[in-house]
Design a protein around this ligand. Sequence first.
Ligand SMILES: Nc1ncnc2c1ncn2[C@@H]1O[C@H](COP(=O)(O)OP(=O)(O)OP(=O)(O)O)[C@@H](O)[C@H]1O
Length: 215
Amino acid sequence: MNLNCQFEYRHDDFNLKVDLDLNQNLLGILGRSGAGKSTFLKNLVGVLKPTVGKIDFNHRLLVDTSLQMFMPTHQRHIALIFQQAQLFPHFDVRQNLEYGMRFHRNRVQKFSFDQIVDLLALDQLLNRKSLQLSGGESQRVSIGRALLASPDLVLLDEPLTGLDRNLKNQLLPFLNELKQQLNIPMIYVTHHPEELEYLHAPIVTMTDGILQYSD
Ligand SMILES: Nc1ncnc2c1ncn2[C@@H]1O[C@H](COP(=O)(O)OP(=O)(O)OP(=O)(O)O)[C@@H](O)[C@H]1O
């Protein structure tokens, strides 16, 4: 991927300042609680608007405040995966996954349903209601659903937080498969450097709202 960001986002007394030029398909971001990691991801996905500056992704302008240009979230094709999987409780796993595919209308589908089911080992779970899944299983479904929307970039915001060590150890190899088999661009935010080391991710640390990185 090519991601170029120079922007600031101000909110009350919090000031985020980003200067990023990324040309690899993976970046790990570490930083203390409150450093601004989630705020950065929300600006990328388009749920927050930079106060000043621009964001360019794969040579497409997402934001440029000098041109009053702001691309809405649904046109950005960027998936955001949170700590807690957000599944539809009344849907089974298959329906949750199929929901993701509705969003690739007018777009080339990057991955097939079967490919994602195989990769994330969801085969045995397809008919289960999402309330009957463990935390790790739910998170696998939520990642699968995000991928089936054919995103150009996947943002993972502490995807393993809240899972016990055993579930973490189960989920990490799946994330590695995403990286290796799908080669999908990912930005991975965590408090745990060992997760990034496992994924061989280049690491940048965010401190007091400042994110500066160039590769
Ligand atoms: N909805 C909000 N309204 C007001 N302030 C917020 C809001 N969300 C975050 N903040 C503030 O913005 C700053 C950055 O928060 P952010 O969630 O981006 O940090 P973080 O690095 O992701 O932290 P954590 O690791 O705990 O998730 C903090 O000072 C936080 O208190």
